[in-house]
Design a protein around this ligand. Structure first.
Ligand SMILES: [Zn+2]
Length: 683
């Protein structure tokens, strides 16, 4: 049976999820959880949560899914140790430091790659598997066919089926961080996509607000395709929402009836969408939460409470009673997984009135109302004329239930050993002591016309123009072919680096984990981009083991933190350009599948402009920052081996001029620039 996985942002939501039939839950602790504004669980609450889940045979996955800095590694390792000791069933992670911690200290702990890792292709899933992940939580933007393809691989897949849809592909959203220093990758997304944003200046639209997802109608085909787990989003939502969603999906999985209107009334944004899974990306996917939606929610509350008023039945009991006059009463309860418990009562006296019979035993022992058990069968051996009071039978029944619960919890809790001595956090930073090399990425070959190629270390070119450039042959040795950050057709994307490899190109510029697999297979030098969110030395160690040649540090780190990052491979930073604040599969300009290169901008309430770089021919769109990142006069603050300048629509003259300014440390000539997060950092 396919797993129904419920979000639990609080003890109340956990209660609701367990009592409506969730097969697994995910929740966060007080630290390292990507929902830092949810109530989350203290260590004691977590301990109780593990027990409550395991009694019911429910899996508990702990989200340790924020990006970590070096200063947090020790504390995070201690937290993983605690998780091992408490017997959680798996960790949901995005930072590669966790891969290192688990690999070295507790290799038996199951890890799932968070959707924050932006794994959305077969190569990505295979790489995750090679890295030690037993499950990948796929990006939400995939059509059914790709989900099915990935689910055929030797790694479990988890698919979002219900709840909020972010406009940005998870793990690639920097809007909240850049606008307000609240990092989505560190659990503090301020949800800027729900704020007014329009394609026309001065108009109040919500061009980035998607409806909520509901894929309940796809449940059967997802199950048939081999998907392991169906994930409900909503660690910030109330328990009634969790109850409604779990109830509907669980009933659907069991081919029972469920209340669709209840599901819609509990929370939606002008109804639901299933556009991604159906492969229909269009304007119908957009929506906001209306007054009607809110009224529907409050009206539905009493009905919703009813859903989890009683315990969900999970186990059938076979009860055997031995009641012999003048001997202690014995009751034995057995359940399916081989667990058997016994309760012994007082000596049964000779009955003065009505002696004990099977009917009386059944009546008292089947009162399993608010437990997870229901009576399957009862057999009784009654000898003589024994008397047993109803109150004694009730006490024995309660004792049996408690014993069964303890045994089930014990049976379902696997404590994984954790060896802290295996973790080395002794990193040595060495100073670079030289001027950083300059790498540039351009969007057209004409942008290179005025550039002194000899002064450039690397030219990063997207697939389409890399081929043309190689055909020209002039600066072939400097070209790194850049893979698309998101794709619906990786097979054809791979053709370009494969062909170019045969033509002598040595480098692939990786923008997604999948490219590490592709680069390795093609025998190309691999350079990782900012989208890997590399923020600590342990993650760098992991990437170096995978085989990268160098890396770009996370754009959410301060310069001082970047300088402290240690690793044997060269380190770089993004030093110029409009930072892509969002990577989206949905184009806010045309809101349709077929668009490509559509021109336009988004405007926020203050009139700030955000250029939209539509590359739907590659399957994605980038929403760029309103201001240009400029650091030419600040490079002395960075101890890095190379800097990357990202050109977007600059003229050939301007490209050459900017490079010159970076070579000579010249301050900006623009009215407004940004220093990114390199000085203010994120919360
Ligand atoms: Zn477009």
């Amino acid at each position: 049976m396919i797993e129904i996985l419920a979000p639990c942002g609080s003890a109340e939501s956990l209660f609701a999820a367990l009592r409506t039939g969730a097969d697994a839950v995910y929740l966060g602790g007080e630290n390292f959880s990507a929902r830092r504004n949810a109530t989350n669980f203290t260590d004691d609450e977590l301990k109780k949560a593990v027990f409550d889940c395991h009694v019911r045979g429910v899996k508990l996955y702990l989200a340790v899914n924020t990006i970590l800095t070096d200063e947090q590694l020790k504390e995070c390792a201690a937290y993983v140790k605690k998780a091992c000791e408490l017997g959680v069933d798996g960790l949901i992670t995005q930072d590669l430091a966790l891969v290192e911690i688990v690999k070295n200290c507790c290799p038996k702990m199951e890890i799932h790659s968070s959707t924050q890792m932006t794994i959305h292709t077969k190569n990505g899933a295979e790489l995750a598997h090679d890295m030690g992940f037993s499950r990948v939580v796929l990006s939400r933007e995939l059509p059914f066919e790709i989900i099915a393809d990935i689910s055929n691989l030797d790694v479990e897949t988890e698919v979002f089926v219900h709840g909020a849809l972010c406009m940005s592909v998870s793990g690639q959203c920097y809007m909240s961080a850049v606008i307000g220093s609240r990092s989505a990758n560190r659990g503090l997304c301020a949800q800027p996509c729900r704020l007014p944003m329009s394609t026309k200046k001065g108009r109040e639209d919500y061009a980035l607000s998607l409806k909520d997802l509901c894929a309940i109608d796809c449940l059967d085909k997802l199950e048939k395709a081999g998907v392991s787990s169906l994930k409900i989003e909503g660690r910030m939502k109330r328990p009634e929402y969790v109850a409604a969603a779990v109830n509907a999906y669980k009933n659907k999985a069991l081919k029972r009836d469920y209340d669709t209107t209840l599901l819609e009334s509990v929370f939606s944004r002008s109804g639901f969408t299933n556009g991604y899974i159906e492969g229909k990306i269009n304007s119908g996917m957009f929506g906001t939460r209306t007054k009607d939606d809110v009224v529907a929610s409050s009206k539905a509350l009493p009905k919703l409470h009813e859903l989890y008023r009683k315990e969900y039945k999970r186990s059938r009991l076979k009860i055997q009673c031995i009641v012999i006059e003048n001997k202690p009463v014995e009751i034995i309860a057995k359940i399916d997984d081989g667990i058997e418990v016994k309760a012994t009562g007082d000596v049964a006296q000779t009955a003065l009135n009505r002696p004990c019979d099977e009917q009386m035993l059944t009546k008292q022992l089947s009162k399993l109302g608010d437990t997870i058990y229901e009576l399957e069968s009862l057999s009784a051996k009654i000898v003589g004329n024994p008397a047993v009071s109803a109150s004694q039978l009730n006490a024995l029944r309660r004792e049996l239930v408690e014993k069964l619960n303890d045994k089930r919890a014990e049976h379902n809790t696997k404590i994984v050993p954790f060896d802290m001595d295996k973790l080395c956090l002794d990193f040595k930073t060495t100073r670079t002591n030289k001027k950083p090399d300059i790498r540039i990425s351009v969007t057209s070959l004409t942008q290179l016309e005025k550039v002194d190629i000899n002064s450039i270390d690397m030219i990063i070119l997207p697939l389409a123009i890399a081929k043309k450039a190689v055909a020209k042959g002039t600066y072939k040795s400097k070209i790194a072919v850049c893979m698309p950050r998101f794709t619906y057709d990786e097979e054809s994307d791979i053709q370009t680096p494969r062909e170019l490899k045969n033509l002598g190109i040595e480098s692939v510029y990786c923008t997604n984990f999948a490219h590490l697999k592709i680069g390795k297979e093609l025998g190309l030098k691999m350079h990782t981009d900012f989208g890997f969110n590399v923020a600590n030395s342990l993650a760098i160690k992991n990437l170096c083991e995978v085989g990268i040649s160098d890396y770009i540090a996370s754009i959410e780190l301060k310069a001082s933190q970047i300088n402290r990052l240690a690793g044997v491979k060269p380190k770089g930073v993004v030093a110029y350009g409009r930072l892509p604040l969002m990577l989206t599969a949905n184009c806010p300009i045309k809101q349709s599948c077929g668009c490509e290169n559509c021109k336009g901008k988004l405007y926020d309430r203050t009139g700030r402009e955000f250029p939209v770089r539509c590359q739907k021919q590659h399957g994605y769109v980038e929403i760029l920052n309103s201001e240009v990142l400029y650091l030419a006069d600040k490079l002395h603050d960075f101890d890095v081996s190379f800097i990357k300048l990202d050109f977007y629509d600059e003229s050939p003259d301007r490209v050459a001029q900017i490079i010159n300014r970076y070579q000579n440390g010249v301050p900006s000539d623009m009215d407004k620039i940004t220093r990114g997060l390199y000085y203010r950092g994120v919360k």
